[in-house]
Design a protein around this ligand. Structure first.
Ligand code: ZN
Length: 142
């Protein structure tokens, strides 16, 4: 794939649905499945692979070797499952290697976007993110 450098130099890595989704058409079950995997390794690896393709088109050969700020928006998490991925390998690597980490809390958006019946709020999500950051920095890879 070849990507044009956007006028504002900001690439957006979108994704149609959950990794491996074969539903046609995509439906409400997809929204939940997709939302629940936003920081699973399988999902982040796919996003990073496409980000790397975009980066190569603007002369960056090794995306993760560049200094970066990891910006975590809490309104990206719509469920308890979303903030507690089964495979944390990639998320933890991104945390460990970041030059800095920022967290956007967006309390109203968290409430608006959470899945029906989910007992999550911004305080819960922020506490989980902080726990992830501590765990990622404590655990020695391998
Ligand atoms: Zn789908």
């Amino acid at each position: 794939m070849t990507y044009e450098d956007p006028e504002n130099h900001i690439f957006v890595i979108s994704h149609d649905c959950a990794i491996g989704c074969a539903r046609k058409p995509h439906n409400d079950d997809c929204v939940v499945e997709h939302g629940n995997m936003v920081i699973e390794s399988i999902y982040l690896d796919d996003q990073l692979a496409r980000g790397a393709e975009m980066s190569r088109c603007v002369g960056i050969d090794h995306l993760e070797s560049q200094p970066y700020i990891l910006d975590i928006d809490l309104d990206a998490f719509h469920s308890r499952q979303a903030i507690d991925p089964a495979d944390r390998t990639t998320f933890y690597r991104l945390i460990r290697n970041a030059a800095a980490i920022t967290v956007a809390t967006e309390a109203e958006c968290v409430d608006d976007l959470k899945f029906d019946g989910e007992a999550i709020d911004v305080d819960f999500l922020l506490a989980r993110v902080v726990e992830h950051i501590k765990a990622a920095q404590t655990l020695v890879p391998g």
